[in-house]
Design a binder for this molecule. Structure first.
Ligand SMILES: Cc1ncc(C[n+]2csc(CCOP(=O)(O)OP(=O)(O)O)c2C)c(N)n1
Ligand SMILES: [Mg+2]
Length: 307
């Protein structure tokens, strides 16, 4: 067991005065990330809320370099930066992409897949807040089933399941992919450290609280993130060259409703006529969890995964 205070930031690498909303995951995520990666880091930022939070050039919220780039091509931009730094002998500099779910699951998907397939030496951070938040909460392929967004309003709430990004990324056979939650800070910090020490394409997907987008009180950001893990709606796991490891097994069964009730984007599902939808979400969540445990068991039992 690590000491309880292990998640405190020892050296702050983010200036005060960031432009995030109260309770935003982006800020907390980047504060911890930058405190571990240090100043010898280039952050490559495609269009997202973090483009605003980091500030427009020449302003910069971070101690490190920030390169703003187009929505569809952050991994391509980062590839160029990585290779230029390597040619200059600066191999110890970290090159890190900070992208949203829209920029990863949808618009930058091809660029991410290309960089992963080429084995580029990059760290890719996805802040999955489940919609295009910066432009006003439009649906992405990461948006959860049943959620209301501005492109899926009222009874036209989202009726498709989110894309299994981790499954797709893992299938690229990269050295490291992991999910993380800001409510499980020691686990998150361990995963950043782990990614930092490795080489090649590494990806962390963080469950991103977004009070205005999820219609949650800002003070409840972390509590709802914790419930996402406890209900297994956002499981914590790692994939190393296709070998799965589940990092946290909830002690008791917590129904998905517990995590959905505090989020206004799911309010309509609590009407009696929508009871079936909640059951469907529970079923889908249980199925994904069982599949995850099966993948863990299978890939650990098969010796082919050990070097
Ligand atoms: C090609 C292109 N299309 C649309 C936009 C407008 N735009 C800027 S940020 C953004 C939303 C980003 O969503 P996501 O990647 O999920 O990040 P978040 O804002 O949620 O952090 C959009 C649509 C853009 N900048 N470029
Ligand atoms: Mg988003």
């Amino acid at each position: 067991m690590q000491p309880a205070m292990d998640f405190l930031i020892k050296e702050e690498k983010v200036f005060s005065g960031g432009l995030s909303c109260r309770g935003c995951g982006w800020s907390l995520l980047v504060r911890h990330l930058s405190s571990i990666l240090g100043e010898n880091t280039v952050y490559v930022v495609p269009a997202s809320c973090f483009s605003i939070i980091a500030g427009p050039y020449p302003l910069n919220e971070l101690r490190g370099s920030v390169v703003h780039t187009i929505f569809a091509a952050a991994p391509a931009t980062a590839t160029g930066i990585r290779h230029a730094l390597d040619r200059q002998g600066k191999k110890d500099a970290n090159v890190v992409i900070l992208a949203g779910d829209g920029g990863t699951f949808d618009i930058g998907f091809q660029s991410m897949s290309g960089a992963a397939s080429r084995g580029e030496n990059l760290i890719y951070i996805v802040n999955n807040n489940g919609a295009y938040m910066n432009t006003g909460i439009q649906t992405s392929t990461a948006t959860p089933y049943g959620a209301v967004t501005t492109t899926n309003p009222q009874s036209n709430y989202k009726k498709t399941w989110p894309k299994d990004l981790m499954g797709i990324v893992g299938a690229h056979n990269i050295p490291y992919a992991a999910t993380a939650s800001l409510a499980f800070m020691q686990d998150y910090r361990r995963k950043i450290q782990r990614a930092k020490e490795m080489e090649g394409f590494r990806l962390l997907m963080i469950d991103g609280p977004c009070p205005p987008g999820h219609k949650v009180d800002p003070s409840q950001s972390i509590a709802v993130s914790r419930l996402a893990v406890e209900t297994k709606m956002f499981p914590l796991f790692e994939i190393e060259r296709q070998q799965y490891t589940v990092n946290y097994i909830p002690e008791k069964f917590v129904p998905v409703e517990e995590c959905m009730r505090p989020q206004g984007r799911f309010r309509h599902l609590f009407k009696p006529e929508n009871k079936q939808i909640l059951q469907d979400v529970q079923k889908h969540t249980d199925k994904y969890w069982e599949r995850l445990l099966a993948m863990e068991k299978l890939t650990h039992e098969l010796n082919i995964f050990e070097d």
